[in-house]
Design a protein around this ligand. Structure first.
Ligand code: ATP
Length: 918
């Protein structure tokens, strides 16, 4: 029990110190003793379970059925003294199908392990960082390394990562709803409490999983991991079930449907085949039944895109990894898909569109406007006019009402600490030779003491401190000028300040007003923030430059080319926002595209709905406005990506289709609510992530199209054989299937799956960001895609069928004719890959731009040729070695229809008779 003890006793008990913290050595020893500060998870599903589970897949069940039928027919032949050769090939077929089933299970296992690993590494990257005092110095470290006895500091927006006892707080408020159900934030204290205080009333304690909604505080950790209150109630955290992405769901549904098709096709084959045999031979023997059965099995295998689900989930997982390399950390695979279809990007200004390196370049006080030279944090720069006596009060108020700092590092550079706006004021102070530390450490003529701090908050748009200045008590307030002016006393010359605000803002400067109010000691100690931030006497105005990031203009242009709308949402003044938006190309000097938060307040939802698509800049908005904007945009069917950095932004990030948080300056709470985290806080990373999302989606579409074309070609060629070969041709009997089940399996799982995989990694087409976003309401298998699949599948099916008939006519043996059909299919598809990877035609892409694809195609081609040449595979797969001339023909002839179809399409595209939509 720590809440009822004196804080000093706790320090002694936990063998730690509030000024030095633990030593690194002691912390390491405690980490070993108490374990990492994390919730234990259920052990992940063991590999053997994934293996067993893979046998429950419908596809595998069909294949197992095929094995069974094949075995039965083999055993029947053996025991009834039938065709020995046939019996042998039945056994081989069973074994080979079993091997392929095992390969499929292996793929499932590999995919699960791979997904697990990459999710773990994404989790690791998303680990919360905590400020910890170790060996007398503050450092940031992963929350998982915290141990009892550690001293931590938290501020607004942080998560509390362990159970703690507060020893220093400043207006600290914490939300503990997850433990107590209390939805209002609790104000924290440091004093010890009575013995029988309930958990919800232990105001001197902080609990793991709570969020800091206001102020800041320092605490000593008393429990970590499973020993925390959260750990006790949570027990073992259940593993989050893998949720499927929309594309994965579409594919699963498709595979299910194809199962029925496969079952129908098998039934049809048995009936039609039986009927055909009876018609052509007048009898129906077991041998003819087994021949029909092989066709049926081959067809069942042909109808299902075996490798598709595994390839798809692997590509999605890898896509998320690729994204994180481009500094966009994606938290769920669903978002990869959504990112590619984003139509509106609403971005914060400060830090994302601008550099967040603020410098005061002008200020206005006592009727005089001062100009300040020098940029950045180095406190060098002339100030004109030189006489600054009249500015002293304004500057002192600016730097006392401030928690920022600049210091010189080992390399002699000035580094900022704290809020950038505040840093700018501290630097201004130093340029005027007024140092905050000197004011507070009794080195100035008046002795200043800070009594209370009301931190900056983007809803209030103000920050205040209560100070004791000599014998006087004052509240110092600074914030958005319009807010301060609305709370100003009667003496303040509103008009003069408003004019200056407009002047500064139209020069793209961020504006900030500074004021003060003399109060009584009683007010200083007891009045609320609301009461104190009133009747302010405005001392002056600062104009702060925050230069736009150079690369953003280009990004905005690229996004506009991609028909994506870019919107700026800022707490800043409308004029400042407008000037910067114009510089970045977000607006063309058009004022009607700018709107202020207070105008939104006056609008009904329907009114906002009617204008929301035309507005490009929202100024002086609070986080609540963001949610309204998102809602109305979504009503228009827009897919909205929205950034946010403060605690209050979390709900908006959750309602956006893609919530985006800042990796460096964002709070834990926003990171937790976001779908995408910008590891470098840069707007350009959003653009890159959208482009990556589009690429991944297009690649998935391409390999799906490719795989499904193969399935259509296989089913059709087998069907054509079954229906149209009614007489024996040469050595080939009319009941022989065009392709054996093993050949079909080989194509699906090896010669076609590898290039499909490589398509999943393909580089984007050059025009990926020149097209409008994908319509999310349309399924991935839209009519255009179906059309492409059907046209190519039917053609390929006909060509394979034709090749088989021609081979039979030439007097080839059964195995030879089947091998001809097999290689025609293999090479037809290998050529087709190059057509599938372009939304236009194969003539539009450099075939060598994806080296993985070239390697996959080469491997598929060589291995497929090999299985026709090796006596072992001849025996197992029923292939046969052909002559060199035939091989040459089989490699190149299947290219003709592919080039022809692409050629026709190219001509149609050129004549604008055909439109590419994806
Ligand atoms: P964005 O939402 O794009 O990040 P922003 O950072 O300009 O915009 P806020 O941080 O909410 O928005 O700031 C809004 C206004 O509040 C600023 O224009 C400024 O006048 C005032 N302000 C900002 N920082 C402080 C601060 N530390 N102390 C007092 N007032 C501040």
């Amino acid at each position: 029990m720590f809440y009822n003890q004196n804080i000093d006793r706790i320090f002694t008990e936990l063998k730690t110190s509030r000024h030095e913290g633990l030593t690194a050595k002691e912390a390491q020893a405690r980490l070993e003793k108490y374990g990492r500060n994390e919730m234990q998870q259920d052990p992940p599903t063991p590999i053997w379970k994934i293996f067993i589970r893979s046998f429950k897949e419908p596809l595998v069940i069909i294949l197992l059925l095929a094995v069974l039928l094949s075995l039965i027919s083999g055993i029947y032949e053996l025991t009834n003294g039938g065709d020995l050769q046939h019996a042998r090939s039945s056994f081989y077929e069973s074994i080979a199908i079993m091997i392929l089933i095992l390969i499929n299970s292996g793929l499932s296992i590999w995919q699960t392990v791979n997904a697990r690993k990459s999710l773990d590494s994404l989790k690791e990257m998303n680990n919360h960082q905590v400020s910890v005092l170790r060996d007398s110095s503050w450092e940031k470290m992963s929350a998982t390394l915290l141990v009892p006895g550690d001293i931590i500091g938290v501020k607004m927006g942080d998560f509390i990562e362990a159970d703690v006892r507060w020893f220093k707080v400043s207006e600290l408020q914490v939300l503990e709803a997850h433990l107590t159900g209390e939805s209002e934030p609790i104000s924290k204290v440091t004093a010890e409490l009575a013995d029988e205080t309930d958990l919800g009333d232990r105001k001197n304690m902080g609990y793991s999983g709570s969020t800091v909604t206001n102020g800041n505080g320092y605490a000593v950790i008393v429990a970590t991991g499973m020993d925390t209150e959260l750990g006790k109630i949570a027990g073992l955290l259940k593993n989050v079930p893998d949720s499927k992405t929309p594309i994965e769901k579409t594919i699963n549904e498709l595979t299910q449907k194809l199962m029925y098709v496969a079952a129908g096709v098998v039934l049809f084959t048995l009936v039609a085949g039986g009927f055909k045999t009876w018609l052509t031979t007048g009898t129906f023997s077991f041998t003819s039944f087994t021949a029909i059965l092989s066709t049926a099995i081959a067809l069942a295998v042909a109808a299902i895109p075996d490798a598709l689900p595994a390839v798809l989930s692997i590509v999605l997982t890898i896509g998320a990894k690729v994204l994180s390399k481009s500094k966009g950390l994606i938290k769920s695979l669903n978002s990869v898909e959504t990112l590619g279809s984003t139509t509106f990007i609403a971005s914060d200004k400060t830090g994302t569109l601008t550099k967040n390196e603020m410098t005061v370049t002008r200020f206005f006080t006592n009727g005089i406007e001062f100009e300040v030279e020098g940029r950045g944090y180095e406190p060098l720069g002339e100030i004109t006019p030189k006489d600054m006596t009249s500015a002293r009060q304004f500057i002192v108020a600016s730097i006392l009402n401030n928690e920022a700092n600049v210091s010189i590092n080992e390399t002699g550079n000035y580094v900022p600490f704290g809020n950038p706006t505040d840093v700018a004021l501290v630097v201004l102070g130093l340029k005027c030779n007024i140092d905050r530390h000197e004011l507070l450490n009794q080195k100035a003529e008046i002795d200043y003491d800070i009594l209370r701090i009301f931190p900056f908050d983007s809803t209030r748009k103000m920050m205040s401190v209560v100070v004791k200045a000599g014998n006087e008590f004052k509240v110092l307030t600074k914030g958005a000028p319009d807010v301060l002016l609305s709370r100003a006393d009667a003496k303040t010359d509103q008009h003069a300040f408003e004019m200056k605000v407009n002047k500064f803002a139209s020069e793209a400067l961020r504006t900030l007003a500074v004021g003060e109010r003399i109060i009584s000691e009683d007010e200083a100690l007891n009045s609320t923030m609301e009461e104190l931030e009133n009747n302010i006497s405005i001392l002056g105005l600062a104009g702060i430059i925050d230069p736009p990031r150079e690369e953003v203009k280009q990004s905005v242009e690229t996004l506009h080319d991609a028909s994506i709308n870019v919107v700026m949402i800022t707490g800043d003044h409308a004029k400042t926002a407008q000037a910067i938006a114009a510089k970045l190309g977000i607006i063309s000097d058009d004022e009607s595209q700018v709107i202020e938060g207070k105008q939104i307040d006056k609008m009904s939802d329907d009114e906002l709905f009617n204008t929301v698509e035309d507005i490009r800049v929202y100024a002086r908005v609070s986080p609540e406005h963001k949610q309204r904007i998102i809602k109305q945009l979504q009503r228009h069917g827009e897919v909205v990506a929205m950034t946010g950095d403060g605690v209050n932004d979390a709900p908006a990030l959750r309602s956006a289709d893609i919530g985006i948080a800042m990796g460096i300056n964002g709070t834990d709470v926003t990171k937790e609510s976001a779908d995408l985290i910008l590891l470098d806080d840069k707007f350009t990373t959003i653009e890159h992530s959208v482009a990556a999302g589009r690429t991944i989606f297009t690649n998935i579409k391409n390999f799906m199209r490719h795989e499904l074309t193969t399935n259509v070609a296989e089913v059709l060629s087998l069907m054509f054989g079954l229906l149209f070969i009614t007489r024996d041709i040469g050595h080939v009997s009319s009941s022989t299937p065009i392709l054996t089940a093993l050949m079909v399996l080989w194509v699906n799982m090896i010669s076609d799956a590898l290039p499909s995989f490589a398509l999943g990694y393909d580089v984007p087409e050059s025009d990926i960001m020149n097209k409008p976003p994908r319509d999310t309401h349309k399924t991935i298998l839209d009519s255009k895609m179906m059309m492409r699949i059907v046209v190519r599948g039917v053609t390929m099916g006909l060509v394979v069928f034709g090749a088989f008939v021609l081979a039979a006519r030439k007097g080839m043996q059964v195995e030879e004719a089947q091998t001809v059909a097999f290689l025609t299919l293999v090479f037809g598809q290998l050529w087709n890959v190059f057509d599938a990877r372009s939304s236009k035609t194969l003539y539009h892409r450099n075939p060598f731009s994806n080296s993985k694809l070239i390697m996959a195609v080469a491997f598929s081609a060589l291995s497929s040729l090999f299985v026709t040449m090796s006596p072992f595979f001849n025996e197992v797969m029923g292939t046969a070695r052909l002559s060199a001339g035939v091989y040459l023909m089989l490699i190149f002839v299947p290219a003709i229809p592919v080039f022809l179809i692409s050629g026709i399409k190219a001509v149609l595209l050129k004549g604008n008779l055909y439109e590419v939509t994806d």
